[in-house]
Ligand binder design. Sequence first.
Ligand code: 2F8
Ligand code: CA
Length: 131
Amino acid sequence: GLVRQGWSVSETSSLYNVSTQRKTWTESRQDCIERGADLVIINSKEEQDFITKLMGNNNQAWIGLSDRDTEGKWKWVDGTEQTSSTGFWYKGEPNDEKNNEDCGELWKFPDKMAWNDRPCTDKSKWICEKN
Ligand code: 2F8
Ligand code: CA
């Protein structure tokens, strides 16, 4: 697809960038903000598919989703609630393993790329989005 100064452009004109480093969810978000962006918010099947292609060989990246404020209530970084009907969680996820998984990631499961919840302090690549 179209790439502009290191950012990939989607059909809805959002710009996306997959990191090369690994950071915690909070550090990842801070990096996006410093670059005039935020962690990616995924609103549609089209966007999920676009991001999946963008991931290339990367099998893991933070997205802008967490339930840190209220356990079980998943919110995007813009404050909007993520409702189950519009999500791409893998089957059985989010499972809050060891009561310690409050941040959302894209993860390459055996059959597809889907969302998983993971400890926010794990270090991972991440995806920024800006308009
Ligand atoms: O590393 C955390 C990760 O561990 C498992 O996946 C390998 C869990 N999956 C199941 O228990 C099925 C993930 O939910 C968990 O985030
Ligand atoms: Ca999980």
